[in-house]
Design a protein around this ligand. Structure first.
Ligand SMILES: [Zn+2]
Length: 273
């Protein structure tokens, strides 16, 4: 099992274009060690950047009473102590989805992790050594952090359990790998289109102009335009107007890759519904 995880990680590492540069961050750096850099988005929100899988991102969101850590990176020693140096509030760990660059070894620093139940079938493969308690996220549930509320929005597509989080007060969204200019589609196009439409409605409803992705390079936030482009490309592929190029080495068995409107969707014939 460990070999499979390692194999998948190596594929992910090879496929994402790993840049020697960290990115173009405007956010102020507040913590750095060999595994991770944390930067401040605002006085109560931080982004952590891992170094192993294309800037795998973690987001620390603090309210008056509690804080949430969205994702745990790939391999970050003592992540619990690092976040404790940034916030004095008790920290709840939540994963956007089950993949190992979001639920890596640092999950073991936390006694509990919240995850969408639809990703549970892949827990034995991607989180085989987790000894803590897995709690299930509920669609529409609100985490009240004290003066700051984070709403859970299920956005399947990348994985069946991919989940986004909406911070209505700060007008931020956090989407993991659900919406990105480089997408791996492991469910199907209809599911993806529905999630893009739902997220687009959510952004409009709450006046959110951008959302943070699971691989943030600084400035490259998700927008309504990105969602609309993802919908257009998905429909192009589904209707046969556009076909992806064959990509035999595609990760997760996704052997086709379509690129247009500034985005790439990796899929296979199994996703054509
Ligand atoms: Zn992923």
């Amino acid at each position: 099992m460990k070999r499979i995880v390692l194999f998948i990680l190596v594929i992910i590492l090879n496929q994402y274009s790993l840049s020697a540069q960290e990115g173009q961050f405007k956010e102020k750096e507040v913590f750095r060690n060999d595994d991770v850099v944390f930067r401040q988005i605002d006085g109560h929100t931080w982004v952590g950047t891992g170094k192993l899988v294309s800037n795998e991102s973690m987001y620390l969101i603090e309210g008056n009473d509690k804080a949430i850590l969205i994702d745990a990176g790939t391999k970050i020693a003592g992540l619990d102590k690092i976040v404790k140096s940034l916030t004095t509030r008790p920290v709840i760990l939540i994963a956007t989805h089950v993949h190992p660059d979001h639920t890596g070894t640092a999950v073991n620093c936390f006694p509990e992790i919240y995850l969408n139940a639809a990703d549970i079938p892949n827990v034995p493969m991607f989180m085989p050594n987790y000894k803590g308690t897995i709690k299930y996220l509920k669609d529409g549930e609100i985490f009240d952090l004290g003066g700051r509320q984070i709403e859970v929005v299920f956005t399947p597509g990348h994985t069946p359990g991919s989940t986004s989080f909406i911070d209505k007060d700060a007008a931020y969204g956090f989407s993991g790998d659900a919406f990105n200019s480089y997408l791996l589609l492991t469910t199907n196009f209809s599911t993806l289109i529905a999630s893009c439409e739902r997220m687009a409605d959510t952004l409009k409803k709450f006046g959110i102009t951008h959302f943070y992705t699971g691989h943030y390079y600084g400035g490259d936030v998700g927008t309504l335009q990105l969602l609309n482009n993802m919908i257009t490309l998905s429909k192009d592929i589904l209707t046969g107007r556009r076909e992806g190029k064959t990509n035999p080495g595609g990760m997760l068995g996704l052997n086709k890759s379509a690129n247009a409107y500034g985005i790439t969707i990796n899929y296979s014939d199994a996703q054509m519904k």
